[in-house]
Ligand binder design. Structure first.
Ligand code: T3D
Length: 261
């Protein structure tokens, strides 16, 4: 299906969502939220898909909320709806997927756009890309999970400085700080993202989803709680056909053919 503000492509086991409003650096408007919901639903209806790539068209990944829709011209905006029904729902949908997400950050990622990128399980960026918690520049605080993920990824000192000062950091700095997995030469981004996505799409999908859940809870759990959680989730992994195949393939000295079941 065609969407107004994004492109959705499904090829083999990999789906790609490309934010596609390059004239405004892929800023997010209500239509884009609707289109993203549509694409995620379409993807959910395709059992072959085992990895999602998120990227942007043009020179930006995403510049966050479309500020043209936030002009102080008296037009009433339902901010609860915007945050709850659009942004939070989007982040919850992405983090609730049972397939992995690769964010391929092709250019600047600002505000909600930066935190949308961080919703990926593996985030890679073009060397020329930049990350900016732009919220403070317009009198806001980070959302879309920014206050959750930033301190967990880079520690409180860096999270606070990024959010409070609103400075841009280059992809190389983001990599050095552990905000993202790695940055690559601009002309290699697409190939690198596809290569990672292919590996993930061939991996035992349920184990990937289970480890995401375990990582998500690890900062709030004691070691005892985390060990219990690992037991519970590992019991799920142990019952998958992919585990049986993994062991069989090992014993037969051949590459495993995981089916995501
Ligand atoms: O409202 C709610 O529902 C709450 C939720 C909020 C979530 C948020 O995301 S709040 C944060 C919103 N985003 C920003 O504050 C970032 C705004 N953009 C910028 O600061 C800069 O554009 C960048 C640092 C990202 C890039 O700068 P630069 O110099 O490379 O590009 P530029 O010239 O500023 O932008 C190019 C065009 O894109 C320009 O349009 P023009 O002049 O060519 O017609 C610019 O207006 C447009 N653009 C960039 N970002 C946005 C945007 N248009 C609308 N909304 C944007 N966010």
């Amino acid at each position: 299906m065609a969407y107004e503000t994004i492109r959705y492509e499904a090829e083999g086991r990999i789906a790609t969502i490309t934010l596609n409003r390059p004239q405004v650096l892929n800023a997010v408007n209500a239509q884009m939220h609707e289109d993203l919901r549509g694409a995620l639903k379409e993807m959910g209806g395709n059992p072959d898909i085992r990895c999602l790539i998120l990227t942007g068209e043009g020179r930006a990944f995403c510049a966050g909320q479309d500020l043209a829709d936030r002009r102080a011209d008296g037009k009433r905006v339902d901010f609860v709806e915007s945050i709850d029904k659009n942004y939070n729902r989007l982040i919850r949908s992405l983090r609730g997927l049972d397939i992995p997400i690769v964010s391929a950050v092709n250019g600047i990622a600002a505000g909600a756009g930066a935190n949308l990128a961080l919703a990926g399980d593996i985030v890679i960026a073009a060397r020329s890309a930049e990350f900016i918690q732009a919220f403070i520049r317009i009198g806001l605080m980070p959302d879309c999970g920014g206050t959750y993920y930033l301190p967990r990824l880079i520690g409180r000192a860096r999270a606070a400085a990024l959010a409070m000062l609103g400075d841009k950091i280059p992809a190389s700095q983001a990599e050095a700080w552990g905000l993202i997995w790695k940055c690559v030469d601009d002309d290699k981004l697409k190939d690198e993202a596809t290569a990672i996505a292919k590996r993930l799409a061939d991996a035992p999908t349920k184990a990937l989803a289970l480890m995401r859940r375990a990582f998500e809870q690890s900062f709030d759990n004691s070691l005892d709680q985390q060990l219990d959680l690992e037991r519970d989730l590992q019991l799920v992994a142990l019952r998958t056909a992919d585990f049986a195949e993994g062991v069989q393939a090992f014993l037969e000295k051949r590459p495993a053919q995981f089916k995501g079941r």
